[in-house]
Unconditional design. Structure first.
Length: 296
């Protein structure tokens, strides 16, 4: 067949066929008058090249497959070089997936640091939170659990709210460390981890940590510290708007103020504020639980 017919039957262009010829992949015969004449197998070769390049292989990487077909092999009977090409392509894709995942997490971190403008209503003073009913708001935690604040379940829930935690190699926003009470988020999470069992024995049914950081950022912390309790990401400050939790602004961000709530029967039973020593705050909660008889 002539070059125009091959281009039409294989769904490609004459220019592409000239390129395949220059690489020695699909080579026609020359007739006496100089026209290119292709064998019937050429169509299969061109289709194979197009299918493999659509999967991400370069044109040159299709050579082992094309040569196998040209030699009369079945498409499923590929040679060792073709298998190596498959494996190399898969390895390259896995590497790209890893790079893209890292880029996505970096973007999530930046998103978590963007000022949240969609915030409704003034924040309450922590003392005003006692007795308030928790809203019917659902957020997915780091363990994949959908946490509904209006239906936390029986018993007492410890919800410690904090501005943000650091990540190794990532600088904290300018001016944050100068704010009283902003330091100590990671230490606080670690202290609740180390005393988690004692808190449950003292009457807590469950423990959650919550901040305005993204899910990816929170999952990294939960994995790095091996936390036995979930963290709840609330970058849109959903709970702040619904419950009027206190917040502050710094460096173009809106962050939660540090406060811990004891929730029982759907209402805030007790509020810890201020929290002068976040790194040992779990002991303060533990002492309160031991002094207070759990409601029946």
């Amino acid at each position: 067949m002539r070059v125009g017919e091959l281009a039409r039957r294989s769904g490609t262009t004459i220019r592409a066929l000239r390129y395949y010829e220059s690489l020695g992949l699909v080579v026609p015969r020359r007739t006496a008058n100089g026209y290119r004449e292709y064998d019937s197998v050429a169509e299969r070769l061109v289709v194979q090249i197009r299918e493999l390049t659509a999967l991400g292989l370069s044109v040159e990487e299709t050579r082992p497959f094309v040569e196998s077909l040209a030699a009369g092999a079945d498409e499923s009977d590929v040679c060792a070089a073709a298998l190596a090409t498959y494996r190399g392509a898969i390895s390259g894709l896995q590497s790209r997936i890893g790079q893209l995942t890292a880029q996505r997490e970096a973007l999530e971190e930046r998103l978590a640091l963007v000022r949240v403008a969609e915030f409704a209503g003034p924040a309450a003073e922590p003392a005003d939170l006692a007795g308030r009913e928790l809203p019917d708001v659902e957020i997915f935690a780091t363990n994949g659990e959908a946490v509904n604040f209006g239906r936390l379940g029986p018993g007492r829930t410890i919800l410690f709210v904090y501005p943000l935690t650091g990540r190794p190699g990532v600088d904290l926003p300018d001016g944050l460390l100068e704010i009283p009470g902003a330091r100590g988020g990671t230490e606080q999470a670690r202290w609740f981890r180390d005393h988690h069992g004692e808190l449950l024995v003292a009457g807590a049914a469950r423990v959650y940590g919550l901040s305005a950081q993204s899910l990816g950022y929170q999952q990294e912390l939960a994995h790095r510290l091996r936390l036995p309790y979930p963290l709840i990401p609330d970058p849109r400050l959903t709970l702040a708007a619904a419950l009027a939790l206190p917040t502050f602004e710094q460096g173009g961000m809106t962050l939660y103020r540090r406060v811990t709530l004891v929730v029982s029967q759907g209402r805030v039973e007790h509020v810890f504020d201020p929290i002068p020593a976040p790194s040992t705050h779990a002991n303060e909660v533990l002492r309160w639980l031991n002094r207070s008889r759990a409601p029946r």
